[in-house]
Design a protein around this ligand. Structure first.
Ligand code: AMP
Ligand code: MG
Length: 361
């Protein structure tokens, strides 16, 4: 298996382009199992307070949706039996609403209720997390001699029945939020499995939106935030220069698409972030309709829009939808995009007019 850095932000171009005199502060936080980089150009007087608020917010979001922490809202939901309810934080409630909107917008291609399948195919936090992986469930598989055995059909069929996201019921009472698991359990070989949710496809975009609110409150208009290299919030560039964003070639290290842009969110999803090879490439995005890792013509999808949450969810959905349906959806929502598709050979499909460099696609 292989993890790759997918987006690099060459902020040095804009910052150095102004004679190296730009006043900026840079922070690196650790969140969502990855590093988060914040650049604030012309930092405000209360910069330290801003930094603390941003850090506190990231850890609140992580505590709400982490699948490694047993007491996070999502871990508690995932451990519920059918018909049980758990109280959740306002953050998780907001994420649920955003995720439900994205689920509807994408016709179910974006679907956080695929987590049992993510786990079955070997891409869950349980397997990838910092605690190390110990096979514990009947369907766990261990790679041997570079060959990764594929899951049994009976589990794929069973877990597909757990993917109705609308069966996770959000409610509010006296300002407190609750999540009820309406999905019935499925049974395989005498063992019951419950619906489980995963906000890995949207949480980084949500975090970018929330940090933007903090930056706005402190009057910051120039800077950027880079969450785990796949979700990026761009404010204005430094001193009138737009940011120079580079999107890596999905197969060739060192080749990239360069985009000069600012004042929007960008999210990239690709089949090269987490994957393994067996009879084909199996990546970490699951097609909720087949129960299998996606097999569309989209190799990498970058979505540019004002709303970081939707940029994140939509880029994941594009992988499921394939280029034709993805472009129809993105055009309808007035999002810009850069999709790398692999028909006979890699090809870039984009409506961006501001890209500057394109190497050997
Ligand atoms: P991203 O890297 O934003 O595309 O998100 C991928 C992550 O979202 C995966 O690692 C899974 O945890 C989760 N995921 C996989 N397939 C889907 C899907 N179809 N809809 C929503 N989340 C998904
Ligand atoms: Mg995503």
């Amino acid at each position: 298996m292989k993890k790759a850095i997918i987006l690099l932000l060459l902020f040095s171009v804009a910052l150095c382009g102004c004679g190296g005199t730009v006043d900026y502060r840079s922070e690196t936080f650790f969140c969502f199992g990855t590093s988060v980089k914040l650049i604030v150009v012309h930092p405000p007087a209360r910069y330290d307070a801003l930094k603390e608020e941003a850090e506190a917010l990231l850890s609140q979001i992580e505590n709400a949706v982490s699948l490694e922490a047993e007491d996070s809202d999502l871990s508690r939901y995932n451990a519920l039996a059918s018909s049980e309810t758990t109280e959740i934080s306002p953050i998780t409630a907001q994420l649920m609403q955003k995720a439900l909107e994205a689920y509807r917008l994408t016709g179910g291609a974006f679907n956080p209720a695929v987590y049992r399948l993510v786990d079955l195919w070997g891409f869950s936090t349980r397997i990838y997390g910092v605690n190390g992986f110990t096979p514990a469930l009947p369907y766990d598989r261990v790679p041997a001699d570079r060959f990764y055995p594929l899951p049994d059909e009976k589990y794929i069929r069973a877990f597909l029945a757990l993917t109705d996201f609308t069966q996770a019921e959000l409610s509010e009472e006296n300002g407190r939020y609750y999540l009820k698991k309406n999905a019935p359990a499925v049974t395989v070989d005498g063992i019951e499995y419950e619906q489980q949710l995963d906000f890995g496809g949207i949480a980084k975009g949500y975090a970018a939106d929330e940090i933007k609110k903090i930056l706005d409150a402190y009057g910051v208009t120039e800077g950027y935030l880079n969450i785990g290299t796949s979700s990026i919030l761009l404010l204005s560039g430094a001193d009138g220069e737009p940011w120079n964003l580079t999107i890596r070639h999905p197969r060739k290290d060192g080749d990239y698409l360069g985009v000069k842009t600012e004042n929007r969110s960008v999210s990239t999803s690709g089949d090269y972030q987490r994957y393994y090879e067996a009879d084909r490439r199996y990546c970490h995005v699951i097609n909720p309709f087949t129960g299998r890792p996606v097999q569309s013509d989209v190799v990498s999808a970058s979505v540019f829009t004002d709303d970081g949450c939707f940029a994140d969810a939509l880029s994941t959905a594009c992988m499921v939808l394939g280029s034709e349906r993805a472009i129809e959806l993105l055009d309808g929502l007035q999002c810009d995009y850069a999709l790398v598709v692999n028909e006979q050979e890699m090809r870039l499909l984009t409506d961006l007019t501001d890209y500057t460099t394109l190497l050997s696609l």
